[in-house]
Structures are given as structure tokens and as C-alpha cells.
Design a protein around this ligand. Structure first.
Ligand SMILES: *Cc1c(COP(=O)(O)O)cnc(C)c1O
Length: 425
């Protein structure tokens, strides 16, 4: 066995399929978000980031940074061990109380990331329930799929947001069998929302448990940032609400909330919770400050919705193929992995605009796209600049516009694309 050659060939395979990923080297600048420094070889230049999941810019909020610095100054840098061995640092106790309150649940449990929270919670719930059947939306995030797999439970995948299909699977299983429906509220690549009320109705009718991933909604929807379940008054109809502290809340970590019994069972049985060091007090304190701020303030949510709506309107108006989205996410269709990467490279190299290309397997082949996430800090001027840059890029690379009657589009000559070797992914 030639180990080096084996791994090199695995990488070559990705290159051949045009889905080798390169991560841009980015240094964010507090106070001028979404501006950042991009480094490529010896070059360093200022760019605008249009693909951050720091959706509300809370990662640079003065209260959040102050809470982090204060906790680190008073309690040090690390947690000092797993909670099992070293106890729970106090800021984490406060954070879990805050999260339970955010979702109107009895208890909350924090993990080192949203990925770990899904993997650990779903696998533990599915493993503890006897002869459990997990019903999983076909577009669920990788962390949920991992959780289902590791539970060892039987799994049935229902077509995306298809309640008819879900109902037929529930019917087959019958009322008596243990069943968990696992789904998301906001699907982050298309920006669509699941039919939560209908799924909750089915769960009630067929006596199933419900587990929702609100990662792309917490902080951003609902009067207090409790997500789509808060906005629609459905939080009490869902058994487990999962979220992240790393996107709209701008820090790090993941969590679940639910009844005392469910949370205590996961706390007691999940290896992904028990055998890993807890989040540091500084991060827990920063997350609590961020959640508290967004519970009281709607300004960030409203500004984000306004700028996202304006971005969709301006880009669509320019004939760019904005995919339909009900949320703050603005996907623009390219439909080809190579062109998608070239478009991203050109935006960064020529226009100083960073938008990561989204290719297979994150999205289905043929639906490769640029995924744009406007924040309250993307001003009207930045949106207009984005439109100009996208139109130039679409024209230069010959990517289809929606409106082919737009003057100049067909006549534009295809120019040789500029390739920036170390950019994009
Ligand atoms: C990002 C993401 C996660 C993982 O959250 P992290 O805190 O980044 O680990 C889970 N679910 C969905 C849908 C996500 O997009």
C-alpha cells in the first residue's frame, strides 16, 4: 500500500470533478464589517464579504466582545476539562438558562458546536428509544444525517417539505412505534421554510416526537430571536429545538432545548457531550450577551430583512437568476461547477467581492450557485456595487441571465476568464 499516493489520488479525484475546495484567507475587521483583508500569496487587499453566516454582525458587537474579554480576564482562557470531570463553569449555567427561556422550554444543553449538538442529540435520542424509526427530511444538514446514522435506528427519508409523503411513512409505522421526525426550519442553501405547523399536526396524530434544527433562524426570526417556531407561535409544539451560537449570535457552540427529561437523558448518555471539554467561560458569556441583546432589540433583524429584500430586488431587476427564497438567504443560480468557481474567483480578484461558490455535494449537481447573505451592515451602496460586479462577471463568463432580451447580453463577446489561483473554493 502506497499511502501517500492513495491520498493524493483522492485529492486528484476532487480536482477532476471540479469540486476541490480552496478556502479564502480572510481577516475580518471590527468596526468595518463586512470589510475584511484577503491574502493571496504576497498580496493583501481589502474586500467585502457577502457570504458570512455572522448574519447580524453580532461577532463584532461591542457588548459581545466586552463580555468575552471580561470573562477571559476574570476566569481565564479555557474551561479546564469536561463537565463530567471538572464541573460546569458558571457562564455556561447562565447560558443554558437563557437558551431555555429563549425557546420557552424547561431546559437547555450546550455543546461545542451545532454540528456536535445534532450528532450527539439525534444519535442519543434514536438509540435510547426502543425500536425507533427516524423520519428525516431529504435536505437535512450533514450533522443531522450523522446523528441518524450513529443512532443505529431505522431511517426513512421523506421528500423535502412533503407532508403527504411524511404522513404515508408515519401511517406505515403506526401509532405505537417510537418515531422521531427530524427537520430544519430554514434550509440554508435555498432559503425556504418548512411547514412546521403541519408537521407538528402529523406528529400529534401519529404520536411521533419532533426535532427541529433552527440554526439558520435563531436570532433572526421571532419577536425575541427565538426562530421561526417563535414567529409562528409553534415552539411548544416541537419537542426539541436545536440551534447554534456561531451564526446569528456571532460566537461558537451549539445547543438543544426541551423538557427536563429529554435534556437530562442526552446530558447523561451522549458521548459527544460527556467526553469533550466544555466551551470556555469567555465564549459562553459572549453568547449570553448576544442572545440577551437580540431578545431585546429588533433593529438588527429588521435591517437584515430590509437589506436582503433590497438585494433580491436589485439583482432580479438586473436580470440575474435569483432563486426564489422566503428568507434572508439570496441564492443566485450558476448551474455549472466550473463557472461557479470562475465567477467567485473573478468577483474576488477583479471586484474585491467575496462570495464562496456552492457546489456539489452541498447542493445537487446542476444547481451550483453563489449564496449571498446580506446583513444589516451591507448598505444600499454596497448592494448596488454588488449588482454591477455580478452583471460584469455574468457577462464576461457567459453565464445565463434570466432575461435574454436584456440589451447587450447576447452580443457580449466571451472574454477569457481571469483566473485567480488561490481564491475561491
Ligand atoms: C452550520 C449548520 C450546523 C452546524 O452548526 P455549527 O455551530 O456551525 O457547527 C447545523 N445545522 C445546519 C443546518 C447548519 O447549517
Amino acid at each position: 500500500m502506497n499511502y501517500q499516493r492513495f491520498f493524493q489520488e483522492a485529492i486528484d479525484q476532487l480536482h477532476a470533478e471540479r469540486r476541490y475546495r480552496v478556502f479564502a484567507d480572510i481577516e475580518r475587521i471590527v468596526g468595518s464589517f463586512p470589510r475584511a483583508i484577503w491574502r493571496s500569496g504576497a498580496e493583501a487587499k481589502e474586500i467585502t464579504v457577502w457570504c458570512s453566516n455572522d448574519y447580524l454582525g453580532m461577532g463584532q458587537h461591542p457588548d459581545v466582545i466586552a463580555a468575552m474579554q471580561d470573562a477571559a480576564g476574570r476566569m481565564g482562557s479555557g474551561a479546564g476539562g469536561t463537565r463530567n470531570i471538572s464541573g460546569t463553569n458558571h457562564p455556561l449555567v447562565e447560558l443554558e438558562t437563557e437558551l431555555a427561556d429563549l425557546h420557552g422550554k424547561e431546559a437547555g444543553l450546550v455543546f461545542t458546536s451545532g454540528f456536535v449538538s445534532n450528532e450527539a442529540a439525534i444519535s442519543t435520542i434514536g438509540r435510547l428509544l426502543p425500536n425507533c424509526l427516524i423520519l428525516s427530511d431529504e435536505l437535512n444538514h450533514s450533522s443531522m444525517i450523522e446523528g441518524v446514522r450513529r443512532s443505529g435506528a431505522e431511517k426513512k427519508v421523506f421528500r423535502h417539505n412533503d407532508v403527504k409523503h411524511l404522513e404515508s411513512l408515519l401511517q406505515q409505522a403506526g401509532r405505537e412505534r417510537a418515531k422521531v421526525i427530524v427537520f430544519e426550519s430554514v434550509y440554508s442553501m435555498d432559503g425556504d421554510i418548512s411547514p412546521i405547523a403541519e408537521i407538528a399536526d402529523l406528529a400529534q396524530r401519529y404520536n411521533a416526537m419532533t426535532y427541529i434544527d433552527e440554526v439558520h433562524a435563531v436570532g433572526m426570526y421571532g419577536a425575541h430571536g427565538g426562530g421561526i417556531t417563535e414567529r409562528e407561535g409553534l415552539a411548544d409544539r416541537i419537542d426539541v429545538i436545536e440551534g447554534t451560537l456561531a451564526k446569528a449570535f456571532g460566537t461558537l457552540g451549539g445547543y438543544i432545548t426541551g423538557t427536563k427529561a429529554i435534556i437530562d437523558a442526552v446530558r447523561s448518555y451522549a458521548p459527544g457531550f460527556i467526553f469533550t471539554t466544555a466551551l470556555p467561560p469567555s465564549i459562553a458569556a459572549a453568547a449570553t450577551a448576544s442572545i440577551r441583546h437580540l431578545k431585546a432589540s429588533c433593529a438588527e433583524r429588521e435591517a437584515q430583512q430590509r437589506q436582503a429584500a433590497r438585494t433580491k430586488e436589485i439583482l432580479s431587476g438586473a436580470g440575474l437568476p435569483v432563486m426564489p427564497s422566503e428568507t434572508h438567504i439570496v441564492p443566485v443560480l450558476v448551474g455549472d461547477p466550473e463557472l461557479c468557481k470562475l465567477a467567485s474567483d473573478r468577483l474576488l480578484g477583479v471586484h474585491g467581492i467575496y462570495i464562496q461558490p456552492i457546489n456539489y455535494p452541498t447542493v445537487p449537481r446542476g444547481t451550483e450557485r453563489l449564496r449571498i447573505t446580506p446583513t444589516p451592515f451591507h448598505s444600499d451602496g454596497l448592494i448596488d456595487g454588488l449588482k454591477e460586479a455580478l452583471v460584469e462577471t455574468w457577462t464576461a463568463l457567459g453565464i445565463p441571465f434570466t432575461d435574454t432580451r436584456r440589451p447587450g447580453v447576447e452580443k457580449t463577446e466571451r472574454i477569457i476568464p481571469l483566473v485567480v489561483p488561490s481564491a475561491g473554493g
